[in-house]
Write a protein that binds this ligand. Sequence first.
Ligand code: XMP
Length: 326
Amino acid sequence: MCNNIRPDTMERITTKALADAFIDEQVKAVREQVGDKKVLLALSGGVDSSVVAALLIKAIGRQLVCVHVNHGLMRKGESEQVINVFGKELDANLIYVDATDRFLNLLEGVSEPERKRKIIGAEFINVFAEEAYKLEGVSFLAQGTIYPDILESKGVKAHHNVGGLPEDLKFELVEPVKLLYKDEVRVVGDALGLPREMVYRQPFPGPGLGVRCLGAITRDRLHALREADAILREEFDKNGLAGKVWQYFISVPDFKSVGVKDDKRYEGWPAIIRAVNTTDAMTATIEEIPYPVLHHITARITAEVPGINRVLLDLTPKPVGTIEWE
Ligand code: XMP
């Protein structure tokens, strides 16, 4: 398994036994590759980087240095979960960087979506590189590259890649799941004992809530978005929709409409619900959410989230609409 092409003979990992065998094989391979050197990993808390982290902790323990950069655009509770699972339960060598102010200051007043993405991607590299320069004896960089990333690296998703580290930070790569498909990575994550909500987490864009807080991001609207999104996720969980819908989230545009609250005029932003099903994110259909659930979500968001006075439902398939609003 040393090149980037999956051999036809490679069995699809679908069971705990196959995952355990894969883990044993990779633990051995990683130990051989890195010896007693340190390995650096950007740990976002997404499925791929989390599974790589758990696998490498099993192989080399605290020789793995995980860096979790909180860009201030994470969903509610996500950074806390990374700290709990990796820092506390798995005793990882974890560096937590709260870079919220750096990102939000740079993004202030920037409304153009591609510029927002570029700023977030470039600053992520800056923060990560700064941490890497502080460390000594790191020779390897681990990445949660999976097989579709290799297949798609020249395709339509190329614009999602944020670019590389500076030239003088040269590491040898450790990519233990690079020949696996997403479903296999999940089976391996389960076998490694990672929490279900981490292993079955829905896809979340690298720029995070940055592409859902539409237009120029402000802290108050970002806060409203994060709270409304947490309510949506909680209600989807409770109502059995979480396992049924591929991706669901809230976007909050940068305009207000008039409303009324406690007998007073109340200007607020709309929260837009997007819930789609797809297999490859290239096309998507709309999930039918029962009206009573929608009414309940609307009641909760408008009552509990300061700044939101309407809840809207996006019924547009892809195409014509992309999944994200930006
Ligand atoms: P669109 O909006 O293009 O999204 O229909 C397709 C899938 O890609 C995710 N997405 C991103 N992922 N960086 C990422 O890592 C990005 O900039 C980005 N933009 C969209 C989106 O959430 C959906 O799953």
